[in-house]
Design a protein around this ligand. Sequence first.
Ligand SMILES: *Cc1c(COP(=O)(O)O)cnc(C)c1O
Length: 421
Amino acid sequence: MSFERFEKKIWLATPTMHGEEMQYVRQAYETNWMSTVGENINEVERIAAKKAEMPYAVGLSCCTAALHLAVKHAGEVLYGKPAISHGALEGRRVFCSDMTFDATLNPVVYEGGIPVFIDTETSSWNMDPVALEKAFEMYPDVKLVVSAELYGFPGRMDVIKQICEQHGALLIEDAAEAMGATIGGRQCGSFGDYAAVSYNGNKIITGSSGGCLLTRDIEVANKARKWSTQARENAPWYQHEEVGYNYRMSNVIAGVVRGQYPYLEEHIARKRAVYERYQAGFADLPVQMNPIVEDTEPNYWLSAMIIDADCMCRQVRDDSRALYVKETGKTCPTEILETLAKYNAEGRPIWKPMHMQPMYRMHDFVTREGSGRCRTNAYIEGGCADVGADIFERGLCLPSDIKMTAEEQDRVIAIVRSCFE
Ligand SMILES: *Cc1c(COP(=O)(O)O)cnc(C)c1O
């Protein structure tokens, strides 16, 4: 089958602006608050904290910076202040989400920590609480967990928090993709001892960049503000007792974020419509969309799907390329992504699990069964205990841009459907 090529590219997720952003940016310009101080930052911190139902938010240059300051603070709380040239987690194991964007755990490595990856659960595509329990059995000394909500479809972060409490561990919640999503009526970003949200360009709302650290502890908020502005002590000159960072949010960027927040709910509603249109369009196909866990409300940031195992054509991937063999009635993510690209639409593979990344090849990985790693392409030979590898093998992210029209999405649906013929 052949389709008309999209004249205007259909993107995975791009910024959607509304006009108010410019007013706040202009206000920053006209009042000359063009640096890292100003009303836009104050407002973003107020709104972000209120939205996430957390007492304090600290505006930062990005979510990765927020996660870094959280990881560093947690490390100092747990293990004491390190020597100047050492990380706060030097040589310490930290349990981390496996199927996530690498920014979730990069800060653990910045601080000298050793990520131990926790497998994903089939029912939510998020960190598996059963595997986490198993990990605490295997490594009872671990005191820190970093867990992310994938694609804005939360798993059981509430249960993960309980497990952490039972084991005396702190939880850092990476809610970068999940702003506005809820679990049991509570906002994502309110479950961790520390949490972070992102205003990166492809997230549900954006400042072009930026992020916030969320906390219940005013000491953490004060410390994060100090560290993010080069850790200057209260003195007439540049006085330093600890290492600092240039991580503070710009008041110009904050203007964009401030103008976007009133549209968060609208963006969620439009993302939901995209998801539901795919769901209806694929109802009779052998696929599953992102799972929605009972008593959770996603923000629907990225629509994704996995192909039923018995309808997968054979696909192999090395570290940079993918090949597949076409079979009638079967398809695979590689075929769908190549076909979408041919018609000028952007999909993306599922985030490749961290335990499969070359740099973490030697790191521990814990599944429900205990220590384990799936063979590459194991599903071809049948049987695979590793949920993350399996979802990566069979899944893909669909174009989820909220400026995509219903007609455009119908054409995307028809293109995807054609791959199953
Ligand atoms: C985007 C993202 C980040 C990083 O956010 P930045 O603001 O770009 O630093 C972290 N974690 C996850 C899960 C993300 O999707």
